[in-house]
Unconditional design. Structure first.
Length: 171
């Protein structure tokens, strides 16, 4: 009987270990579309002395659109329109942007690596982001403030703080 109890105890112990291994936490897939929605609203940030960027993010169904402009001393330097849509194959947001001063279109990829950090690279580097010469990172500090970090050739070129403007339509 003692041998049976010992064998049963060892079996229960081994099963509990196996169950513990199986119960290890798995990484939760981030909902890229939901996370992108947290950026909706009007954001304003200083890029340089007397130069600001105003971004107006609106929803377009489950996608979004951004109309922004860079202004210095009340003169618009340039403006851009961008649309953002989800690419299920890559689990990333694809961006197509055009500026008023160029016929060219810019394609980029954005993905959230955490609930408050978004990464952006040129679309051609979607599958190998570390090879992109241009990178941008947005870090949400609070629901109404964010830090934008622009990186060229693996060197930080600028860091700007953006604040969400309050109006009747936000939150």
């Amino acid at each position: 009987m003692n041998f049976f109890c010992l064998t049963l105890s060892v079996a229960v112990f081994l099963l509990s270990l196996l169950n513990g291994v199986q119960a290890q936490p798995t990484t939760t897939k981030l909902n890229q579309v939901e996370l992108m929605q947290q950026l909706l609203g009007t954001w304003k940030g200083e890029l340089a002395k007397d130069t600001i960027m105003v971004m107006n993010w609106t929803s377009y169904g489950k996608a979004s659109e951004d109309n922004y402009k860079v202004v210095t001393k009340d003169k618009i330097l340039y403006s851009r329109k961008a649309i953002y849509g989800y690419d299920q194959k890559y689990d990333k947001i694809v961006v197509a942007a055009i500026a008023d001063n160029s016929p060219n279109i810019d394609l980029m990829a954005i993905w959230f690596s955490s609930k408050d950090t978004a990464n952006l690279v040129e679309y051609e580097y979607l599958s190998n982001p570390e090879k992109s010469n241009f990178k941008m990172q947005w870090i949400l500090i609070t629901p109404d403030s964010a830090k934008r970090i622009v990186i060229y050739n693996n060197k930080v070129e600028s860091v700007s703080t953006f604040l969400r403007e309050k109006n009747e339509q936000s939150h």
